[in-house]
Ligand binder design. Structure first.
Ligand code: URA
Length: 201
């Protein structure tokens, strides 16, 4: 199976994930899971938290207000959105955009792990504390995990099953939706991603 076929298999499995705590509400609301979008050969994978209303309506990650901020941040760092792969740790929308519960993270994380294994990104940008915590705890950085306020923009190198990966915790773009004064901080985080990308070549 090639990468596209493997990712399609994940999509089919998530669509039918009746054991997920968020399955029933998705079907009732006639919305979609959000699997991911972007280059299947991306060097950078960005991992958000969970779909919001617009994302669940369209099945596309970061296509609402937080997505507009993300687009600005990528542009400011000189990174093309279509060159990265964007996904979330939780693939279905939690009601009222509340924080994901631990059982929801546990239900969807195996799909994220498979996406990482398929795409083998060299750089992972973890958007927000939930994906930061999961990635750091799962992939050899447990000892260095801490509050996102302290770790955002910092660069960690760690071993994944397929090789070395640079992990960068990033503030979630949604923090700037209601407080535009945060944008310069968020842009600085993305500069760290751009620098890590340059260092690869
Ligand atoms: N917030 C996220 O974490 N992910 C999305 O896809 C949209 C908003």
């Amino acid at each position: 199976m090639n990468r596209t076929e493997e990712l399609k298999k994940i999509k089919d499995e998530v669509l039918n994930l009746k054991t997920s705590p968020l399955y029933k509400v998705r079907v009732k609301n006639k919305v979609f899971p959000v699997i991911g979008e972007g280059s299947h050969y991306a060097k950078i994978m960005l991992i958000g938290e969970a779909p919001g209303r617009n994302e669940a309506k369209t099945g596309r990650p970061f296509c609402g207000a937080a997505g507009k901020i993300l687009d600005q941040l990528l542009a400011s760092a000189g990174i093309e959105r279509k060159s990265v792969y964007i996904t979330n740790i939780v693939k279905d929308r939690p009601p009222f955009n509340r924080d994901p519960f631990p059982d929801e993270i546990a239900a969807y994380a195996p799909f994220l792990d498979r996406q990482i294994g398929i795409l083998k990104p060299k750089i992972i940008g973890a958007l927000g504390r939930f994906s930061m915590r999961y990635v750091m705890e799962t992939y050899g950085l447990k000892d260095q995990a801490g509050p996102i306020g302290e770790l955002h923009g910092k660069v960690f190198r760690t071993k994944f099953p397929y090789g070395e990966v640079t992990v960068i915790p990033l503030y979630h773009p949604a923090v700037a939706v209601y407080d535009a004064r945060q944008i310069p901080n968020l842009k600085m985080d993305f500069k760290a991603v751009a620098r890590a990308l340059k260092e690869l070549s």
